[in-house]
Ligand binder design. Structure first.
Ligand SMILES: Cc1cc2nc3c(=O)[nH]c(=O)nc-3n(C[C@H](O)[C@H](O)[C@H](O)COP(=O)(O)OP(=O)(O)OC[C@H]3O[C@@H](n4cnc5c(N)ncnc54)[C@H](O)[C@@H]3O)c2cc1C
Length: 218
């Protein structure tokens, strides 16, 4: 698997030692999350909109209503930038300015192409459902022809991407540690809570393991 090539737009300039173009690392970060922030420009106005994505091989799929401004703008070939952030911890330093956060984040520059054809759209919808909850597709009603028509799916080739990762403790000088403040890391990790049954659902169906023990990456 070849690394991404840094470009003028994706070259990490500030703290470059934290930057990476390692494709495996970038894909691991993308696969742990499934929500990104998409930034795009409409009529000279910048917008950032959160949305779900799935990674399938060397591309991302985005999906949404055919009426969505986000989807219509991206489908028209408008260049955009998306980012994904995993917050791993709060770094408590002995100094006010030394505090930091541990994180893994990815920035992707791209252009999207609409996925055309019922079979291709259906396959992408399956990818979406399975990416978020593995094993889910087999248990739910698949999209109808009408639902597929009303859903736009965009494919984003992963060509230009970077990661930035911060790990570890504060980087203050040793003499700063003589003070009274507790120092260290408050680790953060999002985990699923026990599932809540929809009262309209069939009460005799117990949550299967993919729901009961939900975790990421799947
Ligand atoms: C975690 C998450 C996952 C989502 N996944 C999807 C998805 O997979 N597909 C999908 O189509 N949509 C998704 N959405 C909803 C998405 O953010 C947009 O609201 C939706 O796509 C409509 O986009 P639009 O450009 O048509 O919005 P418009 O209604 O045209 O946006 C107009 C304005 O409304 C405000 N606005 C729109 N969306 C938001 C928002 N989410 N939060 C705050 N203000 C907002 C902004 O000010 C924006 O400029 C998701 C939202 C979240 C938070």
């Amino acid at each position: 698997m070849s690394d991404f090539t840094p470009t003028e737009r994706t070259k990490v300039r500030r703290k470059p030692d934290r930057g990476s173009y390692d494709r495996e690392l970038i894909y691991r970060i993308l696969d742990e999350a499934f929500v990104c922030q998409v930034a795009f420009i409409v009529d000279n106005e910048p917008f950032v909109v959160p949305t779900n994505y799935v990674r399938v091989g060397d591309k991302l799929f985005l999906h949404g209503s055919t009426a969505s401004r986000l989807m219509k703008t991206l489908a028209a070939g408008t260049p955009f930038c998306l980012s994904v952030t995993l917050l791993d911890g709060i770094v408590c330093s002995p100094t006010a300015t030394g505090h930091s956060v541990n994180y893994r984040s990815v920035v992707v520059m791209g252009k999207a192409e609409p996925v055309e054809g019922e079979a291709a759209k259906l396959a992408a919808m399956r990818d979406f459902v399975e990416y978020v909850i593995r094993g889910r597709w087999a248990t739910v009603r698949p999209p109808s022809e009408q639902e597929l028509k009303g859903t736009m799916i965009l494919s984003v080739p992963l060509i230009e991407a970077s990661a930035k990762v911060r790990t570890g403790f504060a980087v203050d000088n040793d003499e700063e540690y003589a003070g009274n403040a507790w120092t260290g890391i408050i680790p953060l990790h999002w985990t699923a809570q026990p599932p809540i049954r929809d009262p309209r659902g069939n009460a005799s169906i117990a949550p299967p393991p993919n729901i009961q023990q939900y975790s990421r990456p799947q």
